[in-house]
Ligand binder design. Structure first.
Ligand code: MRU
Length: 350
């Protein structure tokens, strides 16, 4: 199974997603600065994968501190957590993973430096392994919602590449295919950074799951033609009421799906749910450099100096979402908020 981020023994082992699909380059990130830069530039991306990378980066910080003073070691790990927290603002899994590592650090504070280092690496690896297990559970819960035969539209990449492995939205699709369903995936190209065109197609083609690439603006036409029976996407942060932030353009897909009577699903682990936010309005939306829009892959096709608005995410209101599928089942209306909260608490109690 493809896993985009793991511990190699000497560093945080990642596949450089900015180079896909042209080149498959794996690297070991040796310093916390390298991990932070990989998250910032989207070499490692997708909410759960960012969380796993940050946790491993904090474990790496503990290893890089060569001394024996546990107080200094704790300070070094906390500083690494602060640096990593400043990389991207929207995916809450990043902050969730950093908090979990800081909690572990505090639980380990009575130990010597060796014990702290070992304990932190074990925790980071646990976060990764749990994420893979949760993706598989999301797949099992979500497959029933997929049509026995038909087209499923997805936006961005919420696959193995975006998680510890297996994927959330693509996990649901994988599980449906494994259950024998006859499915064709329609992958939105996902402007401006083309996660759909570059990553979703690549990953599905490797698994021999039928996939057709479309321009983002072809989605409505495809729905009019009756070729989409369900939409499933991932999420970067889900508020308490079920409003879900995901890659820019997701909201447009949800509106189109509603217009055409097509069910729209969000698949995400409970680490993506932010119970501190009552609704989606408060979700911080990352804005990225305008050159991603004017000059993708260094080919400029807009007049120099043009004003650009480049939000990386948008928020889909819960009323457009048929179900939010987590590792603990599906939250649906009319009790979506309550069911979502129960699912989050059930994992945090376990
Ligand atoms: O900017 P990205 O590529 O990190 O955005 C990723 C997405 O929007 C994904 O859909 C989301 O993180 C869910 S990943 C399982």
């Amino acid at each position: 199974m493809l896993s985009p981020v793991s511990w190699s023994g000497g560093g945080v082992h990642i596949i450089r997603q900015t180079l896909l699909p042209d080149r498959e380059v794996w690297v070991d990130l040796k310093t916390v600065d390298e991990v932070a830069e990989a998250i910032r530039c989207l070499d490692i991306r997708g909410a759960p994968a960012i969380g796993v990378a940050a946790a491993l980066g904090m474990a790496q910080a503990a290893r890089l501190y060569a001394g024996n003073d546990s107080g200094e070691l704790i300070e070094a790990v906390e500083a690494a957590g602060d640096l990593l927290a400043g990389t991207r603002p929207t995916a809450v899994n990043l902050f969730w993973a950093i908090e979990r590592m800081k909690k572990k650090l505090s639980d380990l504070s009575g130990r010597d430096a060796v014990g702290i280092r070992t304990g932190l690496l074990e925790e980071a690896q646990k976060i990764r392994e749990e994420d893979i297990a949760f993706c598989k559970a999301i797949g099992e819960h979500g497959a029933q919602f997929m049509p026995d035969k038909g087209g499923i539209l997805t936006h961005c990449n919420a696959g193995a590449l975006a998680t510890g492995g297996y994927g959330t939205a693509l996990g649901v699709i994988r599980a449906a295919v494994e259950a024998g369903k006859d499915i064709r995936v329609y992958a939105d190209e996902t402007r401006p950074l083309l996660q759909g065109a570059r990553l979703t197609t690549w990953e599905l083609m490797q698994d021999k799951i039928p996939v057709t690439l479309i321009c983002d603006n072809a989605a409505g036409h495809l729905m009019q033609l009756g070729r989409v029976q369900a939409c499933v996407v991932g999420a970067d942060r889900i508020a308490k009421n079920g409003d879900a932030a995901n890659k820019i353009g997701t909201y447009s897909v949800a509106v189109l799906a509603q217009k055409h009577g097509i069910p729209f699903y969000v698949a995400a682990p409970s680490s993506t749910v932010d119970l501190s936010l009552k609704s989606g309005e408060r979700i911080p939306i990352e804005e990225r450099d305008g050159c991603e829009v004017t000059s993708p892959r260094d080919t400029c096709f807009a007049p120099p100096g043009v004003a650009v608005f480049n939000p990386a995410f948008d928020v889909t209101p819960n009323e457009l979402i048929r179900a939010i599928i987590t590792e603990n089942g599906a939250a649906t209306h009319p009790n979506m908020a309550k069911e979502l909260e129960e699912m989050v608490l059930s994992t945090s109690r376990a």
